[in-house]
Ligand binder design. Sequence first.
Ligand code: NAP
Length: 250
Amino acid sequence: MRIVITGASSGLGEALALHYASKENTLVLIARREDRLADVADRCRERGAEVEILVADVNNFKQMGEIGGRLCEKTIDRIILNAGISVGHSGGVTPFEDFHRLFQTNFLSVHALLEPIIPKVIAQGHGEIVFISSLASILTMPTSIAYSSSKRALNAYAEGLHHQLKPHGINVMTIMPGFIDSEMTQKNRFKMPFLMKTEEGIARITHAIERKKIRYAFPFRFYLMIRIVSLFPQSLRDKIVHFTNFKKGA
Ligand SMILES: NC(=O)c1ccc[n+]([C@@H]2O[C@H](COP(=O)([O-])OP(=O)(O)OC[C@H]3O[C@@H](n4cnc5c(N)ncnc54)[C@H](OP(=O)(O)O)[C@@H]3O)[C@@H](O)[C@H]2O)c1
Protein backbone atom coordinates (compact mmCIF):
# COMPACT_ATOMS: atom_id res chain seq x y z
CA MET A 1 0.00 0.00 0.00
CA ARG A 2 1.08 3.60 -0.55
CA ILE A 3 0.23 5.49 2.64
CA VAL A 4 0.58 9.26 3.13
CA ILE A 5 0.74 10.61 6.70
CA THR A 6 0.84 14.29 7.64
CA GLY A 7 2.39 15.30 10.97
CA ALA A 8 4.62 12.23 10.96
CA SER A 9 7.57 13.74 12.86
CA SER A 10 6.23 13.07 16.37
CA GLY A 11 3.37 11.71 18.46
CA LEU A 12 0.55 9.86 16.74
CA GLY A 13 1.86 10.48 13.21
CA GLU A 14 5.28 9.05 14.08
CA ALA A 15 3.69 6.02 15.75
CA LEU A 16 1.33 5.49 12.79
CA ALA A 17 4.30 5.59 10.39
CA LEU A 18 6.15 2.98 12.44
CA HIS A 19 3.01 0.84 12.68
CA TYR A 20 2.60 0.76 8.90
CA ALA A 21 6.34 0.38 8.21
CA SER A 22 6.78 -2.97 6.45
CA LYS A 23 8.07 -4.19 3.12
CA GLU A 24 4.49 -4.27 1.78
CA ASN A 25 4.08 -0.51 2.27
CA THR A 26 5.45 2.68 0.76
CA LEU A 27 5.16 5.63 3.13
CA VAL A 28 5.09 9.33 2.35
CA LEU A 29 5.72 11.31 5.54
CA ILE A 30 5.03 15.04 5.81
CA ALA A 31 6.00 17.55 8.57
CA ARG A 32 8.18 20.62 9.15
CA ARG A 33 11.02 19.26 11.34
CA GLU A 34 13.36 17.63 8.84
CA ASP A 35 15.67 15.99 11.41
CA ARG A 36 12.78 14.35 13.21
CA LEU A 37 11.17 13.25 9.97
CA ALA A 38 14.48 11.78 8.71
CA ASP A 39 14.85 9.84 11.96
CA VAL A 40 11.31 8.43 11.69
CA ALA A 41 11.97 7.55 8.03
CA ASP A 42 15.21 5.68 8.92
CA ARG A 43 13.38 3.62 11.53
CA CYS A 44 10.60 2.84 9.04
CA ARG A 45 13.17 1.75 6.43
CA GLU A 46 14.75 -0.57 9.01
CA ARG A 47 11.34 -2.30 9.09
CA GLY A 48 11.44 -2.77 5.33
CA ALA A 49 9.28 0.13 4.13
CA GLU A 50 10.09 2.35 1.19
CA VAL A 51 9.87 5.91 2.55
CA GLU A 52 9.70 9.37 1.05
CA ILE A 53 9.82 12.44 3.30
CA LEU A 54 8.35 15.79 2.36
CA VAL A 55 9.44 18.67 4.58
CA ALA A 56 6.59 21.14 4.46
CA ASP A 57 4.45 23.46 6.52
CA VAL A 58 0.80 22.51 6.03
CA ASN A 59 -0.06 26.19 6.44
CA ASN A 60 1.64 26.89 3.13
CA PHE A 61 -1.50 26.17 1.14
CA LYS A 62 0.12 26.73 -2.26
CA GLN A 63 2.79 24.16 -1.41
CA MET A 64 0.11 21.78 -0.11
CA GLY A 65 -1.68 22.00 -3.45
CA GLU A 66 1.58 21.25 -5.28
CA ILE A 67 2.37 18.33 -2.96
CA GLY A 68 -1.17 17.02 -3.47
CA GLY A 69 -0.62 17.16 -7.22
CA ARG A 70 2.74 15.35 -6.97
CA LEU A 71 1.25 12.65 -4.72
CA CYS A 72 -1.27 11.95 -7.49
CA GLU A 73 1.49 10.79 -9.84
CA LYS A 74 1.18 7.39 -8.14
CA THR A 75 -1.65 5.47 -6.50
CA ILE A 76 -2.79 6.77 -3.11
CA ASP A 77 -4.22 3.89 -1.10
CA ARG A 78 -4.54 5.70 2.22
CA ILE A 79 -3.97 9.26 3.37
CA ILE A 80 -4.03 10.10 7.07
CA LEU A 81 -4.62 13.80 7.80
CA ASN A 82 -3.05 13.94 11.23
CA ALA A 83 -0.97 17.16 11.43
CA GLY A 84 -2.43 19.38 14.10
CA ILE A 85 -1.77 21.76 16.95
CA SER A 86 -3.59 22.63 20.14
CA VAL A 87 -3.58 25.90 22.04
CA GLY A 88 -5.14 25.99 25.47
CA HIS A 89 -6.53 29.15 27.00
CA SER A 90 -6.76 29.56 30.73
CA GLY A 91 -9.39 32.29 30.55
CA GLY A 92 -10.41 35.52 28.86
CA VAL A 93 -11.16 36.05 25.22
CA THR A 94 -9.39 33.72 22.79
CA PRO A 95 -6.97 35.81 20.69
CA PHE A 96 -7.98 35.95 17.02
CA GLU A 97 -4.44 34.94 16.08
CA ASP A 98 -4.87 31.59 17.86
CA PHE A 99 -8.16 30.95 16.03
CA HIS A 100 -6.40 31.75 12.78
CA ARG A 101 -3.49 29.38 13.44
CA LEU A 102 -5.70 26.53 14.63
CA PHE A 103 -8.12 26.82 11.73
CA GLN A 104 -5.25 26.99 9.24
CA THR A 105 -3.38 24.00 10.60
CA ASN A 106 -6.20 21.76 11.80
CA PHE A 107 -8.79 22.49 9.14
CA LEU A 108 -7.97 24.59 6.06
CA SER A 109 -4.67 22.81 5.32
CA VAL A 110 -6.62 19.59 4.93
CA HIS A 111 -8.54 20.75 1.88
CA ALA A 112 -5.49 22.54 0.47
CA LEU A 113 -3.83 19.11 0.29
CA LEU A 114 -6.91 17.09 -0.66
CA GLU A 115 -8.27 19.31 -3.43
CA PRO A 116 -6.12 17.70 -6.14
CA ILE A 117 -6.26 14.28 -4.45
CA ILE A 118 -10.05 13.90 -4.39
CA PRO A 119 -10.43 13.60 -8.20
CA LYS A 120 -7.46 11.22 -8.20
CA VAL A 121 -8.99 8.77 -5.70
CA ILE A 122 -12.32 8.98 -7.53
CA ALA A 123 -10.52 8.02 -10.75
CA GLN A 124 -8.70 5.20 -8.93
CA GLY A 125 -12.03 3.86 -7.66
CA HIS A 126 -10.52 3.03 -4.29
CA GLY A 127 -8.73 4.69 -1.40
CA GLU A 128 -9.02 5.69 2.24
CA ILE A 129 -9.03 9.20 3.68
CA VAL A 130 -8.58 9.28 7.44
CA PHE A 131 -9.03 12.41 9.55
CA ILE A 132 -7.58 12.65 13.05
CA SER A 133 -10.15 14.78 14.85
CA SER A 134 -10.67 14.73 18.62
CA LEU A 135 -13.22 14.06 21.36
CA ALA A 136 -12.84 17.81 21.95
CA SER A 137 -14.85 18.24 18.73
CA ILE A 138 -18.00 17.04 20.47
CA LEU A 139 -17.61 18.87 23.80
CA THR A 140 -16.28 22.42 23.90
CA MET A 141 -14.78 23.60 27.16
CA PRO A 142 -14.30 27.35 27.84
CA THR A 143 -10.56 26.62 27.65
CA SER A 144 -10.66 24.94 24.22
CA ILE A 145 -13.01 27.10 22.15
CA ALA A 146 -10.61 27.53 19.22
CA TYR A 147 -9.28 23.94 19.22
CA SER A 148 -12.74 22.39 19.54
CA SER A 149 -14.14 24.66 16.83
CA SER A 150 -11.36 23.70 14.40
CA LYS A 151 -11.92 19.99 15.03
CA ARG A 152 -15.71 20.33 14.76
CA ALA A 153 -15.23 22.04 11.40
CA LEU A 154 -13.06 19.09 10.41
CA ASN A 155 -15.87 16.67 11.38
CA ALA A 156 -18.34 18.57 9.21
CA TYR A 157 -15.91 18.49 6.28
CA ALA A 158 -15.29 14.76 6.76
CA GLU A 159 -19.01 14.03 6.95
CA GLY A 160 -19.69 15.78 3.66
CA LEU A 161 -16.70 14.14 1.99
CA HIS A 162 -17.91 10.73 3.17
CA HIS A 163 -21.27 11.28 1.46
CA GLN A 164 -19.56 12.62 -1.65
CA LEU A 165 -17.01 9.81 -2.01
CA LYS A 166 -18.84 6.72 -0.74
CA PRO A 167 -20.57 6.12 -4.11
CA HIS A 168 -17.09 6.04 -5.69
CA GLY A 169 -15.84 3.31 -3.33
CA ILE A 170 -13.69 5.65 -1.20
CA ASN A 171 -13.71 5.20 2.57
CA VAL A 172 -13.65 8.44 4.55
CA MET A 173 -13.02 7.92 8.25
CA THR A 174 -13.04 10.32 11.21
CA ILE A 175 -11.14 9.26 14.32
CA MET A 176 -11.91 11.15 17.54
CA PRO A 177 -9.38 10.24 20.23
CA GLY A 178 -9.43 11.33 23.85
CA PHE A 179 -6.10 12.04 25.55
CA ILE A 180 -3.08 10.12 24.23
CA ASP A 181 0.49 10.58 25.39
CA SER A 182 2.34 12.77 22.84
CA GLU A 183 4.30 16.03 22.65
CA MET A 184 0.94 17.79 22.47
CA THR A 185 -0.45 16.34 25.68
CA GLN A 186 2.88 16.49 27.53
CA LYS A 187 2.46 20.28 27.46
CA ASN A 188 -0.89 20.09 29.29
CA ARG A 189 -0.78 21.15 32.93
CA PHE A 190 -4.21 19.76 33.86
CA LYS A 191 -5.33 16.24 34.76
CA MET A 192 -6.26 14.34 31.61
CA PRO A 193 -8.98 11.76 32.20
CA PHE A 194 -8.38 8.30 30.70
CA LEU A 195 -4.97 9.35 29.33
CA MET A 196 -3.71 6.51 27.11
CA LYS A 197 -0.21 5.40 26.26
CA THR A 198 0.73 6.17 22.63
CA GLU A 199 0.85 2.45 21.71
CA GLU A 200 -2.64 1.86 23.07
CA GLY A 201 -4.03 4.87 21.19
CA ILE A 202 -2.37 3.75 17.96
CA ALA A 203 -3.64 0.18 18.35
CA ARG A 204 -7.20 1.53 18.58
CA ILE A 205 -6.81 3.95 15.69
CA THR A 206 -5.29 1.36 13.35
CA HIS A 207 -7.92 -1.23 14.33
CA ALA A 208 -10.67 1.27 13.51
CA ILE A 209 -9.02 2.00 10.15
CA GLU A 210 -8.80 -1.75 9.34
CA ARG A 211 -12.52 -2.05 10.16
CA LYS A 212 -13.24 0.99 7.96
CA LYS A 213 -15.13 2.76 10.74
CA ILE A 214 -16.74 5.92 9.38
CA ARG A 215 -16.62 7.57 12.82
CA TYR A 216 -14.69 6.24 15.78
CA ALA A 217 -14.57 8.00 19.17
CA PHE A 218 -12.55 6.56 22.04
CA PRO A 219 -11.88 5.68 24.82
CA PHE A 220 -15.45 4.46 25.01
CA ARG A 221 -15.98 5.36 28.70
CA PHE A 222 -14.93 8.96 28.09
CA TYR A 223 -17.05 9.19 24.93
CA LEU A 224 -20.05 7.70 26.75
CA MET A 225 -19.68 10.23 29.60
CA ILE A 226 -19.66 13.09 27.09
CA ARG A 227 -22.71 11.65 25.31
CA ILE A 228 -24.63 11.17 28.57
CA VAL A 229 -23.82 14.71 29.73
CA SER A 230 -25.11 16.03 26.39
CA LEU A 231 -28.53 14.51 27.25
CA PHE A 232 -28.75 16.40 30.56
CA PRO A 233 -30.76 19.63 30.89
CA GLN A 234 -28.66 22.69 30.00
CA SER A 235 -28.51 23.96 33.61
CA LEU A 236 -26.96 20.68 34.79
CA ARG A 237 -24.56 20.59 31.83
CA ASP A 238 -23.43 24.12 32.73
CA LYS A 239 -22.66 23.03 36.30
CA ILE A 240 -20.67 19.98 35.11
CA VAL A 241 -18.64 21.98 32.57
CA HIS A 242 -17.85 24.69 35.12
CA PHE A 243 -16.92 22.17 37.79
CA THR A 244 -14.64 20.31 35.35
CA ASN A 245 -13.08 23.56 34.19
CA PHE A 246 -12.52 24.61 37.80
CA LYS A 247 -10.75 21.27 38.40
CA LYS A 248 -8.54 22.02 35.37
CA GLY A 249 -7.41 25.15 37.20
CA ALA A 250 -8.83 27.58 34.67
N1 NAP B 1 -2.53 13.43 21.68
C1 NAP B 1 -3.82 13.55 21.93
O1 NAP B 1 -4.30 13.37 23.07
C2 NAP B 1 -4.77 13.88 20.83
C3 NAP B 1 -6.14 13.73 21.09
C4 NAP B 1 -7.04 14.02 20.08
C5 NAP B 1 -6.58 14.43 18.84
N2 NAP B 1 -5.25 14.56 18.62
C6 NAP B 1 -4.82 15.01 17.29
O2 NAP B 1 -3.82 14.13 16.83
C7 NAP B 1 -2.99 14.81 15.89
C8 NAP B 1 -1.54 14.54 16.25
O3 NAP B 1 -1.24 15.16 17.49
P1 NAP B 1 -0.16 14.57 18.50
O4 NAP B 1 -0.83 14.38 19.79
O5 NAP B 1 0.56 13.46 17.88
O6 NAP B 1 0.77 15.86 18.67
P2 NAP B 1 2.30 16.14 18.30
O7 NAP B 1 3.19 15.11 18.83
O8 NAP B 1 2.50 17.56 18.67
O9 NAP B 1 2.32 15.99 16.69
C9 NAP B 1 1.81 16.95 15.84
C10 NAP B 1 2.35 16.68 14.44
O10 NAP B 1 1.77 17.64 13.55
C11 NAP B 1 2.82 18.25 12.83
N3 NAP B 1 2.48 19.63 12.53
C12 NAP B 1 2.00 20.60 13.37
N4 NAP B 1 1.89 21.75 12.73
C13 NAP B 1 2.31 21.54 11.45
C14 NAP B 1 2.47 22.36 10.32
N5 NAP B 1 2.15 23.66 10.35
N6 NAP B 1 2.95 21.81 9.18
C15 NAP B 1 3.27 20.50 9.14
N7 NAP B 1 3.14 19.66 10.17
C16 NAP B 1 2.69 20.19 11.32
C17 NAP B 1 4.03 18.18 13.74
O11 NAP B 1 5.21 18.20 12.96
P3 NAP B 1 6.26 19.42 12.86
O12 NAP B 1 6.20 20.19 14.14
O13 NAP B 1 7.55 18.73 12.61
O14 NAP B 1 5.79 20.19 11.67
C18 NAP B 1 3.85 16.82 14.37
O15 NAP B 1 4.39 15.84 13.52
C19 NAP B 1 -3.41 16.28 15.96
O16 NAP B 1 -4.26 16.58 14.87
C20 NAP B 1 -4.16 16.37 17.27
O17 NAP B 1 -5.10 17.42 17.26
C21 NAP B 1 -4.33 14.30 19.58
